[in-house]
Design a protein around this ligand. Structure first.
Ligand SMILES: C[S@@+](CC[C@H](N)C(=O)[O-])C[C@H]1O[C@@H](n2cnc3c(N)ncnc32)[C@H](O)[C@@H]1O
Length: 219
């Protein structure tokens, strides 16, 4: 099935609010679990979260690693604002700072970072090379990198089945988002080709669920 890109930035306040209020605890805890499995000795440091949205992954990562500091960056002030109240109440919030900036023009304020993470940004980018170029630019030799994203299904029928399985009870705006994101996502083979073209041949990529893939490695 052909890729069908979706709008890059999530600028609509209603969409951003629905996203910030949705319960992503299962996939986002899974993100941190998968990071921990792939970087078992990792305990500390400054982390850049690319396309952080309302900051749920940044907060969960900071909560799991109580000595780290997370900088997030996102191009949508609506997304950053939508998560503000939730962030204020979170115990890890003092170690999480989110910034507004559109990649690749903006960069993480603490670059170069020893660790870079990103969840569900890749499929939003019209040109996926942007993510890998930003990772190279805002990282340094030795930087740990962990990226998770949706994986494009093989057919529209498979998209419908995933939407029914995981977003049946979600508000309409989120169900539509999820469907568009599945069409916009890349396959494991496409991400492999992106990594090779970006000079990240040592990185690995694999499917980790019926709808997610991860790519990870050390610069
Ligand atoms: C699906 S959300 C994921 C948010 C967050 N990482 C999470 O897992 O909850 C994708 C986010 O990427 C942001 N984004 C898309 N393109 C971007 C760009 N070029 N620069 C910065 N942020 C971008 C969008 O505004 C949106 O907040």
């Amino acid at each position: 099935m052909e890729r069908r890109p979706e709008p890059e930035l999530m600028l609509d306040p209603a969409q951003a609010r629905a996203y910030a209020e949705a319960d992503f605890s299962a996939p986002h805890e899974h993100f941190v679990d998968l990071f921990a499995e792939r970087f078992p000795g990792w305990v500390d440091g400054l982390v850049l979260d690319l396309g952080c949205g309302p900051g749920d992954v940044s907060l969960r990562f900071a909560a799991r690693y109580p000595a780290c500091i997370v900088h997030g960056i996102d191009g949508s002030s609506a997304m950053l604002a939508a998560g503000e109240e939730i962030r204020r109440a979170h115990p890890a919030a003092p170690r999480v700072r989110l910034h507004q900036g559109v990649l690749p023009d903006a960069s993480g304020p603490g670059a170069p970072y020893p660790t870079i993470i990103s969840n569900s940004l890749l499929h939003h980018l019209p040109d996926p090379r942007v993510l890998w170029a930003v990772i190279r630019r805002d990282g340094a030799p030795g930087t740990d990198v962990f990226v998770m994203d949706l994986c494009r299904p093989a057919s529209p029928e498979r998209v419908d089945a995933l939407v029914a399985a995981y977003a049946n009870d979600a508000p309409e705006v989120l169900r539509g988002d999820f469907e568009n994101s599945l069409y916009a996502a890349f396959t494991v083979d496409e991400v492999r080709a992106q990594l090779d073209a970006a000079g990240l041949e040592s990185f690995r990529v694999e499917a980790v669920s019926d709808r997610h893939l991860v790519a990870w490695g050390r610069l």
